[in-house]
Ligand binder design. Sequence first.
Ligand code: GBH
Length: 459
Amino acid sequence: MPEIPDLPAGFTFGAATASYQIEGAVDEDGRGASVWDTFCAEPGRIKDGTTGAVACDHFHRYVDDVALMKDLGLDAYRFSIAWPRIQPSGQGPANQVGLDFYDRLVDELLAAGIEPAATLFHWDLPQALQDAGGWQSRETAGRLADYATLVGERLGDRVTRWMPLNEPVVVTLLGHALGIHAPGLQLGFDALPIAHHLLLGHGLAVQALRSAGATNIGIASNHAPTWPASDAPEDREAAALYDTIYNWIFADPILTGAYPDGFDGFMPGPVEEDLKIISSPLDFFGVNYYQPAVVAAPGNPLPGNAIDEVGAMPEGMPFQVGQPRGFPTTGFGWSVVPDGLREILTTFQQRYGERLPPLYITENGCSYPDVVDADGSVHDAERTAYLGAHLEAVRQAIDAGVDVRGYFVWSILDNFEWAEGYGERFGLVHVDFATQRRTPKDSYRWLQEQLRGRADQER
Ligand code: GBH
């Protein structure tokens, strides 16, 4: 069994989820439709044909779920607020009953001694806003800010960390360039303006949250160290381009107020003015990490494990993307490369230096097919090893001088894994979706023991 490495006193241990992946109750308390309800209803979009209509039924079971988190010993819990519960048609006054759910959840967490960390947009855009152009429209950025004001006013006194956006790169790339996620558009490079509108929405929402009295504001942004498939100059060039598009067109404008060279020209609107908003100061920057990307020039060999996204890259792209070979893979087929986490954290430190606020790992985790034994136990030794190794990578980054303040496991519960449906299980707790029975896995027991050990030490 691995041990959690020594991490600074006050280091935050949390777990993360997202509304559409766990809540269910899609028609309750006035919730409007989201783009994911629509997407799931389209044949062929979700691997197993499922939807998030019930998911973990967390909307009704949040009290039990918070009890599981408390028992585990978490310091913090990152959840997302379903925008269509707060504004069923995407704009206008708050649906108070919709807000009530999060009010109850936040109070339950606080009573359990767990700090609530809220994401505002974890991909469930109100369908009415999509009908009006979604993230292709600049207006949507302003709508995010209005929504931020409503939740900030209601929950700003109790939520201890805020993230307006989850993974703008994934919304841009999978949602609008490749069409694997809602709203299922395949715009290729014409998706770049989506990135700008998301970033503008982020900046406006940061300002709106502050005006509403919320404090401690950041982002949860997906990042992948990007490795050329070979030393050939064309592979290095292709990798540098993908690195810019995947990582730096999102992080640079937020942290430096400028797009990487040459990208301003692809962005719509008064870009210089917008960048001032986009770079509104943050209290922390959250990195979601899963695995590095390996990139080759078109036509060159790409030695890597195939992943869906690779197959989905349209013809004529200036790069081919895979993931590193020679590493173990998760049940999902994702390469397990803990050192990639150390690498991306130190890259952030080197790239931004003094301008970098404290970092959090806002997501990291893995999916394996669970086997539930007759006695109800789930022996997920791979997950325990995965978490131990990634925490060790965090410690190495800290030793190298990076200010990392916390780590959130994805996820506390098995849940609706987007286009994969229920086939991929990321939880520390097994969910039997037929009965909604929750079973803590061995990795949960391991983490519980480790966190207890830490708490005793800090006493
Ligand atoms: C996160 O996304 C989400 O925030 C969360 O909702 C989700 O359940 C969780 O992770 C697990 O999937 O084509 O090079 O990007 C993760 C985003 C995007 C990371 C696809 C892995 C594959 C390689 N993922 N990516 S690449």
